[in-house]
Ligand binder design. Structure first.
Ligand SMILES: C=C(O[C@@H]1C=C(C(=O)O)C=C[C@H]1O)C(=O)O
Length: 421
C-alpha cells in the first residue's frame, strides 16, 4: 500500500516526474481493493491514480480552483513528454451538485502515482523524490463481485416521485419555470463492503463509450462531458432528450428517428445547449454551436447530443470553466436559479455528488470534467451500501409515468454492474 504523505505546500517544493512506459494493459488492474484510488477512463484511454499526497475537502469549485492554483505553483515537473495532454501531475475531484443543500463535501485529491494511456502514448507520473524508474505499481488482487444484494428502495416511493413530477409539470405550464430536472435514488445493500473496482470494471466493459469514473467512493459511467479544456480549446458535450428500450423491443432505428423528431425532446435539448453556450461565452473568443443535435446511442438509452467547441481565453482553467458551467440545464433546469429552488423544495433528496462535476485538472489548467451521472456513492460510514441516482428533465408536456420509466432506464448501467439486471 502507498504511504499517505500530506505535504506542507506553504513551504516545500514538490517534485513530479513523468516517464514514458510500454502499454500497461488494462489500467484498472493496478487499483488495490483496500485503497482503490481514483480512475477516469474512456475507451481504454485515461488514468488510474494511487495514493494521496494532498486532499482538499471543500464545498465549492471556486475554493478548489484557488487551492489547486497554489499547489500547482509549488510543483516542479520533470517530464519525458512535456505538453502531452493528460500527462503529468494533476488533481482528481468530485463536487456536490448543490453545496448549500448537501451533507456531503466535495473533494480534490492530488495522487502520488498516476498510470495513464492516451492512444499510442502511455506514461507514469510520480510525485515525490525524483526517480526515473519505470517499474509499475504491483497488479492488485482480483476484484470481488458483491453478494447478498438487497434493493432497499429510494428516499421516496415511485408514487410520491411521480406526484412531484406532476406538481412540477403544473408549475411549468403556469409559466413559473421552463424546465426542471428531477432525480430519485435507489439504495442497495450488500452483505460485505462493496469492491468499487468490480463495479468500475463492469462499467468499463459494458459502457466503453462513456467516461467511467471512480473518485472517493463515487463510481459510475457517464455519457455527458461538462467540459474538456485542452490547450486553447474547450469542448462540451451536452445531452438532453432521451428515449430508451421499451418492453416491446421497438427497432432502435425507429427509436432514434422518434427522438430526432420529438418536439418535447428537442425543446428540452435546446434549453440545455443554450445554458452551456451562454455560460461559456464570457470565457471564449469564438464558439461553434451546431444547429441541430445528433443522436447518441448507448446500450440502455439514446440521447440528443450537441458538442459545443470554443476558443478559450488563456487564463480560464478547467476548474474555472466547470464553476461557470455547473449546474447546466441538463441536470438542473432553466432558469437555473429557479430550477435549483424547486429541486431543493420538492425533490426530497440530498443529491450529494450525483450530477456534480467529476474529473481532473493539470497544472496548466487543462483537464476533463464530466457530469457524475449513471453512478452511485458508497460512503466510508456505510461501506456495504450504495446509493444510486437517476434523473430526468421535466418540461411542459412531460408525463410522470414516462419520466419514471426514463429514470429506470438510467439506473440500468449501475444495476448491471451490481449484477442486478
Ligand atoms: C439527469 C440525468 O441525465 C440527464 C438528463 C437527460 C434527459 O432528461 O433527457 C439526458 C441526459 C442527462 O443530461 C441522469 O442520468 O440522471
Amino acid at each position: 500500500m502507498l504511504a499517505k504523505v500530506i505535504l506542507d505546500f506553504g513551504s516545500a517544493r514538490m517534485r513530479a516526474t513523468t516517464v514514458a512506459i510500454p502499454d500497461p494493459g488494462p489500467l484498472e488492474r493496478f487499483l488495490p481493493e483496500s485503497a482503490p484510488g481514483c480512475a477516469f477512463v474512456r475507451r481504454g484511454d485515461g488514468f488510474v491514480a494511487l495514493g494521496e499526497v494532498a486532499r482538499f475537502e471543500t464545498d465549492t469549485l471556486e475554493a478548489a480552483d484557488v487551492w489547486w492554483d497554489e499547489i500547482s505553483d509549488h510543483i516542479d515537473h520533470d517530464s519525458e513528454m512535456p505538453g502531452e495532454f493528460g500527462t503529468g501531475p494533476l488533481a482528481v475531484g468530485s463536487f456536490t451538485f448543490d453545496p448549500d443543500r448537501s451533507e456531503d463535501l466535495s473533494v480534490l485529491i492530488v495522487p502520488e502515482v498516476i498510470v495513464g494511456r492516451r492512444g499510442e502514448l502511455s506514461w507514469m507520473t510520480r510525485l515525490g523524490p525524483a526517480h526515473r524508474s519505470t517499474a509499475l505499481p504491483p497488479v492488485a488482487e482480483p476484484t470481488r463481485r458483491p453478494g447478498g444484494l438487497e434493493v432497499l428502495g429510494g428516499s421516496m416511493g415511485e408514487g410520491v416521485w411521480t406526484d412531484i413530477v406532476a406538481e412540477v409539470v403544473e408549475l411549468i405550464r403556469r409559466g413559473e419555470v421552463h424546465k426542471v430536472v428531477l432525480a430519485r435514488d435507489l439504495l442497495v445493500r450488500s452483505d460485505a463492503p462493496f469492491d468499487l473496482r468490480h463495479l468500475f470494471g463492469r462499467l468499463l466493459a459494458g459502457y466503453p463509450m462513456t467516461w467511467a469514473y471512480l473518485v472517493d467512493g463515487l463510481v459510475g459511467a457517464t455519457p455527458e462531458l461538462l467540459l474538456r479544456r485542452q490547450g486553447g480549446l474547450v469542448t462540451s458535450r451536452v445531452l438532453a432528450g432521451t428515449v430508451w428500450k421499451d418492453a416491446e423491443g421497438t427497432d432502435p432505428l425507429a427509436k432514434a428517428a422518434e427522438l430526432a423528431r420529438s418536439q418535447k425532446d428537442i425543446s428540452e435539448h435546446e434549453f440545455a445547449v443554450e445554458s452551456v453556450a451562454s455560460a461559456l461565452a464570457p470565457y471564449c473568443q469564438a464558439m461553434n454551436v451546431p444547429e441541430a443535435p445528433s443522436v447518441l446511442k448507448l446500450p440502455n438509452v439514446m440521447h440528443l447530443a450537441t458538442d459545443i467547441t470554443g476558443v478559450v481565453c488563456q487564463e480560464a482553467g478547467a476548474l474555472t470553466l466547470a464553476a461557470a458551467l455547473h449546474p447546466s440545464a441538463a441536470v438542473c433546469g432553466t432558469p437555473s436559479h429557479l430550477a435549483l429552488d424547486i429541486i431543493s423544495e420538492l425533490e426530497s433528496l440530498d443529491r450529494g455528488r450525483y450530477a456534480g462535476p467529476v474529473g481532473w485538472v493539470d497544472t496548466q489548467g487543462d483537464g476533463e470534467w464530466a457530469i457524475a451521472l449513471r453512478g452511485g456513492q458508497v460512503r466510508a460510514t456505510a461501506p456495504s451500501e450504495i446509493q444510486l441516482f437517476a434523473g430526468a428533465g421535466i418540461v411542459a408536456d412531460s408525463s410522470p409515468e414516462a419520466e419514471l420509466a426514463e429514470t429506470a432506464a438510467k439506473f440500468v448501467p449501475m444495476l448491471q454492474a451490481l449484477g442486478l439486471d
